[in-house]
Design a protein around this ligand. Structure first.
Ligand code: UDP
Length: 500
């Protein structure tokens, strides 16, 4: 094992996928010395390059290869290579366009093979959405492993519902069972995002997801999961059974410094290469002026927004309650261009000024230094869309969650947080979900007020954060002293060396 061994990684083109893929690449590189190549489109390579450049020492250890890409044939505007800034109804076009990466990926793997004297890369590690990577692996004499950037429970729900469409024939009930889950874990139609709810196998979403996900399930050699076995044992057990593959829980793929946190503020290296609406220093300064556990952090991830009425009610509810202060990553509501100038009419009259004067609330436009914020002691809750990276980041810091799932597998993550982990309360569901200010006040009180259930949630989430820390322990001499994620990574590495 060493510098001549090569791995090729293929992330889907969205920040929530690029960030964990890069973290996994760094981890494999650091552990093994393999050459790790991430292949993606020019724009996404640029994002990764700037992220590597901002993280000190490791900027020359990961190779970035730009694959030729044009979404024009799929109706995408020039330059649209990432789900960010794409209107929701064009995201399916990006998915379809991504299958055109198959040929340049095949060429890349063949080139690497030729450069290595006919020896193909050890393996390909591809996104769940890139089932075609299995064909590339087969044609070039290597193996494909699927990397799910999500949790095991959410991944299973997502792949099973897309491939089986168990809700298709619902007649008199809004609840349904999902293949792969026991009967007492039923799902609700409102937990499916709008495209999945309407899917019938013939729509453009099904036509992408069904073949790509099925191929990842049926052909990939095994699955890596950005999660920790101890925090969601049921998810790991069920995904392993359903896929009939080995699942390696190698998470949480977070900067190590956030997991070593012990004091008030952690200096976390910025991962995204994006410029925040308010600098990390200013956010921290603002947080410093608040009591421990007294601030609610609000963010809907890298690409989701809420609707204008919901935004108004959320603001009004936050202003009327007196339990918490809040730091809100705010972006234009649905129906407005993501890049449009901020308009004060989106919020109650004078809201931002009042919040600023009283220090009750800090509004951060578009992007915030989330890891720095979540690792600050003043944060006592996270109103989140339940994207898996945000979930891991929150759990790792022992921060209970108020769930507001909006898209993708987020409602399944929220279900896991509420029903299995017991660390969250769901506020509402979806960009069409009903939300009144009274509900906002009620849920803030439930999660961050002084009551027994809130304390129990806090105890549970602190317990999960300890399991996450333990999972990445790597300082013991003996194998059994290593954390589960470290052992899983070692086992994955041993597996890719095993003969086909
Ligand atoms: N993020 C951030 N600042 C923001 C919004 C998001 O740093 O203002 C980061 C967040 O820390 C997480 C990622 O972007 O690592 C979002 O991933 P997630 O899976 O939570 O949601 P997605 O964006 O994929 O819906």
């Amino acid at each position: 094992m060493g510098s001549e061994d090569h791995i090729v990684m293929l992330p889907f083109m969205a920040h929530g996928h690029l960030i964990p893929f890069l973290a996994l690449a760094k981890q494999i590189r650091a552990r093994t010395g393999f050459i790790v190549t991430i292949a993606t489109t020019g724009l996404n390579a640029q994002y990764l390059r700037s992220s590597l450049a901002s993280s000190d020492s490791d900027n020359d250890t990961i190779r970035l290869v730009e694959l030729p890409f044009s979404g024009a044939d799929h109706g995408l505007p020039p330059g649209a290579e990432n789900s960010e800034n794409l209107p929701l109804d064009l995201i399916v076009n990006l998915f379809h366009a991504s299958t055109a990466l198959q040929t340049p990926t095949h060429d890349l793997v063949s080139k690497i093979t030729a450069e290595q004297g006919g020896r193909p890369p050890l393996c390909i590690v591809s996104d769940v959405f890139f089932g075609w990577a299995n064909d590339v692996a087969e044609a070039t004499g290597t193996r494909n492993f699927t990397f799910s950037t999500g949790g095991a429970y959410g991944t299973l729900a997502y792949v099973s519902i897309w491939t089986n469409l168990p809700h298709r024939n619902l007649t008199d009930s809004e609840e349904f069972s999902v293949p792969g889950f026991p009967d007492n874990r039923r799902f609700h139609i409102t937990q499916l995002h709008q495209f999945l709810r309407k899917a019938d196998g013939e729509d453009p979403w099904s036509k992408f997801f069904q073949p790509q996900i099925s191929k990842s399930l049926e052909k990939s050699y095994g699955w890596l999961c950005n999660s920790v076995e101890e925090i969601e044992p049921l998810g790991f057990e069920l995904l392993g059974k359903y896929s009939n593959r080995q699942i390696w829980g190698i998470g949480p793929l977070l900067p190590p410094e956030i997991l070593r946190k012990s004091g008030t503020t952690t200096k976390v290296r910025r991962q995204s290469g994006k410029t925040p609406g308010v600098s990390a220093e200013k956010c921290i300064e603002w947080l410093e002026s608040h009591e421990p556990g007294s601030v609610l952090y609000i963010s809907f991830g890298s690409q989701n927004s809420i609707n204008p009425q919901q935004m108004m009610e959320l603001a009004a509810g936050l202003e009327e309650q007196s339990v918490v202060s809040f730091l809100w990553v705010i972006r234009p509501p649905i129906g407005f261009d993501r890049r449009s100038e901020f308009r004060s009419e989106w919020l109650p009259d004078g809201f931002e000024r009042r919040m600023e004067e009283t220090k009750r609330g800090l509004l951060v436009r578009n992007w915030a230094p989330q890891l720095e914020i979540l690792s600050h002691d003043s944060i006592g809750g996270f109103l989140s869309h339940c994207g898996w990276n945000s979930v891991l980041e929150s759990l790792s810091q022992g921060v209970p969650i108020i769930g507001w799932p909006l898209a993708a597998e987020q409602a399944f993550n929220s279900k896991l947080l509420v029903e299995e982990m017991g660390v969250a309360v769901e506020l509402t569901r979806g960009a069409g979900g009903e939300l009144g200010r009274e509900r906002v006040k009620e849920v803030v009180e439930m999660v961050m007020g002084k009551n027994e259930k809130a304390e129990e949630r806090k105890r549970k989430v602190v317990d999960l954060s300890e399991h996450m820390r333990a999972a990445i322990r790597d300082d013991g001499e003996k194998e059994e002293e290593k954390g589960s994620s470290v052992r899983a990574m070692d086992d994955f590495v041993a597996t890719i060396f095993r003969k086909l």
